[in-house]
Write a protein that binds this ligand. Structure first.
Ligand code: PRP
Length: 208
């Protein structure tokens, strides 16, 4: 029996569809239920930011979460497989026409991804003030809270509609299958079995 942590929303739906394809069974959470029990798997529906926490503490053996979230949180889990879904970028955005000038003093950066932001500027030896926000990041440069943002860009529509544009890409992200380190030893066969099966599905999609 493997416990699988899935993030609420599109990724959970897409992951359950992969399991349906593999096992030819129906996998769906019932209404507001947060646990889905099947003969071989127990699925947990958690917040995106909590997936790696469940896996790290072995409340789940495996999970599915974006690389951006993994990089931001830095929890020690095994990154088993890139599911080639949920592809997006973490990028620096500024108001249209503005240029990224790292020599400018007192740069203020708004982001919900403070660790990724901190690392990016530290690697360039630029000292910045990071302002932690929890959402609607694009608002910050518009009303003068920050000079720039570090945020997730998927279609680019949010930045565009708010008069912002990407001035620099920081990383590309996609959804990953992750595993708890102990589970990977004690339940190695089960984990490798589902890893192989999911990998087949992903490979078949890549070829199609
Ligand atoms: C994310 C991100 C951007 C938006 C990017 O926000 O923070 O705002 O999606 O997507 P786009 O490039 O396709 O427009 P999310 O929907 O997670 O909401 P949040 O602002 O509450 O974090």
């Amino acid at each position: 029996m493997l416990t699988v942590a899935l993030p609420k929303g599109r990724i959970a739906k897409e992951t359950l569809e992969i399991f349906e394809r593999i096992f030819g069974d129906s996998f769906a959470f019932n209404d507001r239920k947060l646990i889905l029990d099947t003969p071989n798997f127990r699925f947990l529906l958690v917040r995106n930011q909590d997936v790696a926490t469940y896996v790290y503490h072995q409340a789940a053996d495996i999970g599915v979460v974006g690389l951006d979230t993994l990089e931001e949180q830095g929890l020690d889990v095994i990154r088993l497989l890139d599911l080639k879904r949920g592809i997006c970028k973490v990028a620096i955005g500024m108001r249209n026409g503005e240029k990224l000038d790292l020599n400018k003093p007192d740069i203020k950066v708004a982001s919900k991804m403070v660790n990724i932001t901190k690392r990016y500027f530290e690697q360039r030896a630029v000292s910045v003030e990071i302002i932690k926000l929890y959402g609607s990041i694009e608002l910050a440069p518009l009303i003068g809270l920050a000079d720039m943002i570090v945020d997730v860009v998927e279609t680019g529509a949010t930045m565009k509609q708010n008069g912002l544009e990407v001035v620099e890409d920081i990383m590309t992200s996609s959804t990953y299958l992750i595993a708890n380190k102990n589970s990977y030893i004690t339940k190695k066969n089960e984990i490798l079995d589902i890893y192989e099966k999911i990998n087949q599905v992903i490979k078949a999609e890549q070829k199609a």
